[in-house]
Design a protein around this ligand. Structure first.
Ligand code: GRF
Length: 231
C-alpha cells in the first residue's frame, strides 16, 4: 500500500477530499501525516478530527528558505512517503528540494495550466473574459506550476461570476480530479514519458479530463441541435 503525506497551508478542503477517499477505500493508501507550514491552518483540525496524524513545520520559525526546507525534508523523509501531495500548500519550493522528490510530488492548481500559473487565477480568468476555466493536477518540477499534467477539470465561466463564485465551482472539480490523480498514482497507473503523463487506464487519458455535468448537458444539447444545421 502506498504511503501518502499531504502538505497544506490553510483550509484543507482538497486534503479532506483525499482523506475521505482513503477512509472510503476509494484510494488504497495509508496517509502517514498531514503537515502544515502554518500552525493556524484550519485543515490541521479537520485532519485530526478524522483521526489522521498532523504536524507543523512552521516556515516562520526558520531564518531562510533553505533551513525551512531542510526541516521539511527531514519531516518528510522520516515518513518515507511514496507520494507527497501539495493540497493548497502555499510555499514555493526550491528547484533542488523539488528535484529530490521528482515523480513523487503532486500539486493541485486552480487554473487550466499552462494558463495562469501562480496566484489570483480566478481574477485573471475573469479579467481576460475567458469562457472556460478550471483546475489542474500536475507533478511538481522546478518550473513553478508547470510540471507534467495528470488531470484537468473544466468549468464554464458565467457572465454573472465573480471571483468567489468561480472559485467555489472550480474547487468542487479540484476535489474530484485530485482524488482521481492520487488514486491513479496509488494504483501505479501513471507513467511520465518525455515530460507528459500517460494514464494506464482502459480509457487512457480520457479519464483525466473532467467536465462537470452542467457543461456536459450544454455540449449534448449542441450535438442534438447539430442535424438541423446540416444540408
Ligand atoms: C485551492 O484552490 C488550491 O488549488 C489552491 O489553494 C486552494 C486551497 O484550498 N492552491 P484548500 O485548502 O484545499 O481548501
Amino acid at each position: 500500500m502506498k504511503r501518502l503525506v499531504i502538505l497544506i497551508s490553510g483550509r484543507g478542503s482538497n486534503m479532506a477530499a483525499i482523506l475521505d477517499a482513503v477512509r472510503a477505500g476509494t484510494i488504497a493508501a495509508s496517509v502517514r501525516a498531514v503537515i502544515s507550514n502554518r500552525a493556524d491552518a484550519a485543515g490541521l483540525a479537520t485532519a485530526a478530527s478524522r483521526g489522521f496524524a498532523t504536524s507543523v513545520v512552521d516556515h516562520g520559525a526558520y531564518r531562510d528558505r533553505e533551513s525551512f526546507e531542510q526541516a521539511l525534508g527531514r519531516a518528510l523523509d522520516a515518513l518515507s512517503p511514496d507520494l507527497i501531495v501539495l493540497a493548497g500548500f502555499m510555499r514555493v519550493l526550491s528547484p533542488g528540494f523539488v528535484q529530490s522528490y521528482a515523480g513523487r510530488m503532486m500539486n493541485i492548481h486552480p487554473s487550466l495550466l499552462p494558463a495562469y500559473p501562480r496566484l489570483h487565477t480566478h481574477r485573471q480568468a475573469l479579467a481576460d473574459g475567458v469562457r472556460i476555466h478550471g483546475c489542474t493536477v500536475h507533478f511538481v518540477t522546478a518550473d513553478v506550476d508547470h510540471g507534467p499534467v495528470v488531470a484537468q477539470g473544466a468549468v464554464a465561466v458565467r457572465t454573472s461570476d465573480d471571483e468567489e463564485t468561480l472559485a467555489a465551482r472550480v474547487l468542487l472539480v479540484e476535489h474530484r480530479i485530485l482524488v482521481d490523480a492520487v488514486r491513479w498514482f496509488c494504483e501505479d497507473r501513471l507513467v511520465i514519458e518525455a515530460g507528459r503523463v500517460r494514464v494506464m487506464d482502459e480509457l487512457g487519458n480520457e479519464h483525466a479530463l473532467i467536465v462537470p455535468a452542467v457543461n456536459r448537458s450544454q455540449l449534448d444539447e449542441s450535438v442534438r441541435r447539430e442535424p438541423r444545421h446540416q444540408p
